[in-house]
Design a protein. Sequence first.
Length: 350
Amino acid sequence: MLITYAVKTPRCEISVVAESIPHLRRGAIRDFLKIMEMVGMFVPDKWNKSSLTYTFSNDSFIEFFSADQPDKLRGARRDVLFINECNNIEWESYYQLAIRTRRFIYLDYNPVSEFWVDTELKADPDSEMVVLTYKDNEALDKSIVKEIEKAKEKAKTSEYWANWWRVYGLGEIGNLEGVVFSNYQLVDSIPDDAKLIGYGLDFGYSNDPTALVAIYLFNGQRYIDQILYRTGMMNGEIAKHIESGVICYADSAEPKSIEEIRRYGKTIRGVTKGKDSINYGIQVMQEQSYFITKRSTDLIKELRGYIWDKDKSGNTMNRPIGVDHALDAFRYHEMEAIGIKRNFGQYDVR
């Protein structure tokens, strides 16, 4: 729609914004370029990779930038603003963009919980709310539809899946109370002088991704960077992303994979597991503070959706639920590097 508007409206200025540049590259920018190529409109010389701006022949343009760039938020005005997953940016950032937009604004998000759209914008007579679900996407692959609809039955089994179905199946406002981790901040990159102290690795292949995270130390603070989050990876490919001489803690359920990676000259060992090892690892991590790179988009998404389960009466249980591939990798390292040195106390992790 924005592409069509740009083509039909000479000298129109359109801004597409998300929480970070990695988020844009993996989402809106990828979709934009794919659509332009599909309809035969993409002209390589019109796409400026440095400024992330596409200029049309009628002098209209679509630019992409992130909400963590203050100069962009308070900079030039525009005709049209589109904020992708606006619930991941602050109200003040939205407002700085909104007051510099002349014609209209589009916001999209998954309604995981109430935020400033609900408190500040819904009642505004100039705004309109459109609720769309997977059923409104006629191009959605049947296998994806089938996977989404599995959650309808799972919703009867736990609060997590009931909440998931409300949000992603019905398009209703969810409630992500009881997030397990809130002890982290996002940063642009790993400091130049940070020391790489280890990796965490969770194996996957066909359906689940292989997740590899790197842990750094800088001025006594722990920095985390997502290295891999990909399906279909062979052990030799994984080994290429692990620096020799740096310890990697991996899922001990895959001894053959661990041994194969070790034969590539990597320092790798399986983690100590037990019936309480997940909660023990969580406790170890909750006692730290972390800086996580903005390019670690899958890890960030997992952190935001990792919550404590509830029983049928709504009581919080001592059991985390949510997608946790990168989180498991992260936990493996911290549980071994920090926790193994302690007295395990009440936890049975042997």
